[in-house]
Design a protein around this ligand. Structure first.
Ligand SMILES: Cc1cc2nc3c(=O)[nH]c(=O)nc-3n(C[C@H](O)[C@H](O)[C@H](O)COP(=O)(O)O)c2cc1C
Length: 391
């Protein structure tokens, strides 16, 4: 039977499923519930030294549903970091570590661009016995105005300096959580790794506007008639998260991206940080989703919106589905297949070369597949599009 347990930066977890920072880790009560249900670890809601500056609004979520099934697949939030007092959080971290000494509790922290503040939040928080830090360089709304969150994550120089301050003070592993609202996510990730962070977490939410109400003509979520762009999460972001995890996995551990693949299975791109860790986040709701992130290099998989939709019991289903995937392929540990699929990314020129070797033009035409743009026909347009699709 497959063994789901993982050890990441020395942290032992019964499974790779971690609660992502947000409402599902927002106080000791719900964190205890997550541990009781069997989550591998919990990343608490992001905290800062001075919670009095954090003022939330309501409503602060807007959701996108499928037309017929009404299933929620997109979720926007304009929620800020925790509005709970820093000292209360320290008490709760202490209490949780006493009650669950062998469970992994990670503090998510965020501060302004000020060395003393970062050193203070690191030193005071780690005294409670938390197992690791996640640095929130990625919240896309509300906090960038104070040069916090994504504003810091979009500035690799500042990010490297701040990670240096944190790593100078931290005695426990540090993960840097990346914003997807950048062109090349490897650039800020490299800055964090250069500064000594043990791991990268990605992605946070994608900056979005959920929609405009066609009755009131007001954008959603409407707060007293007005709104701000927010952060997009849930199933709809998974393909973007997979792409970014692939880019980070290739950079850190090696892979095929950007170079022709050799047939002897050797990775053409050498990993720059093979001993660091990668925590994948973004739209994971099934064991199969998690398996895909692990195949692209992830050591752990975080779930935030999925818990808001399905509750804490979701972890049982995640475990069963991941175990079934591993049994089917004969993988006995997560490490056995981690990063396996990175080798199958290559250049477009290489795809053309490989296809030319195996597929003649005549065969493609026989199958009715469009090979030249002149072959598109108005009457058959949808059918032709379908024939070019993989599923
Ligand atoms: C309502 C809400 C609040 C969030 N708050 C935080 C936060 O305080 N700190 C943080 O690092 N990420 C926060 N996130 C981002 C999530 O941790 C996660 O990166 C993102 O939602 C994508 O994963 P998901 O699709 O599993 O939710 C929040 C997400 C949501 C939906």
């Amino acid at each position: 039977m497959a063994d789901l347990s993982v050890t990441v930066n020395g942290l032992k977890m019964p499974n790779p499923f971690v609660i992502g920072s947000g409402p599902p880790g927002t106080n000791a009560n719900v964190i205890a519930k997550a541990f009781d249900e069997g989550w591998g670890g919990v990343i608490a809601k992001t905290i800062s030294l001075d919670a009095s500056k954090v003022i939330n609004v309501a409503p602060r979520y807007a959701r996108l549903r499928a037309d017929e099934s009404r299933e929620i697949y997109g979720w926007q939030n304009i929620e800020l970091i925790s509005d709970r007092d820093f000292d209360t959080w320290l008490d709760e971290f202490r209490m949780l570590k006493e009650k669950y000494p062998d469970r992994i509790l990670i503090a998510s922290i965020m501060e302004e661009y000020n060395k003393d503040a970062w050193v203070e939040i690191v030193e005071r928080t780690q005294e409670t016995g938390v197992d690791a830090f996640e640095l929130n360089f990625s919240c896309p709304h509300g906090l960038p105005e104070r040069k916090m969150g994504a504003a810091m994550g979009q500035d690799p120089e500042m990010l490297e300096e701040v990670c240096g301050w944190v790593n100078g003070a931290a005695k426990i592993p540090v993960w840097a959580k990346m914003t997807p609202n950048v062109t090349h996510i490897e650039t800020p990730a490299r800055a964090a790794l250069r500064a000594g962070c043990e791991g990268i977490a990605a992605i946070n939410t994608i900056l979005c506007v959920m929609g405009v109400d066609l009755e009131t003509l007001r954008p959603e979520p409407t707060v007293e008639g007005y709104t701000v762009p927010g952060g997009y999460s849930c199933k709809a972001v998974r393909p973007i998260a997979l792409r970014m995890v692939m880019e980070l996995g290739t950079m850190m551990f090696g892979g095929g991206s950007g170079k022709p693949i050799s047939d002897n299975g050797e990775m053409p791109v050498k990993g720059e940080y093979p001993d660091r860790s990668l925590s994948a986040i973004g739209g994971a709701e099934t064991g199969g989703d998690a398996a895909q992130f692990i195949l692209l290099g992830a050591n752990t998989v975080q779930v935030c919106t999925g818990v808001m939709k399905h509750g804490y019991k979701l972890v049982k289903k995640l475990n069963e589905e991941l175990e079934a995937f591993m049994d089917k392929h004969g993988f006995s540990t997560v490490e056995e297949f981690r990063g396996h699929s990175l080798r199958y990314f290559t250049t477009h020129a290489e795809l053309v070369r490989r296809q030319a070797e195996v597929k003649s033009k005549e065969r493609a035409e026989r199958e009715g597949v469009v090979t030249k743009d002149a072959a598109w026909e108005g009457e058959k347009f949808v059918e032709q599009s379908e024939r070019l699709s993989r599923n």
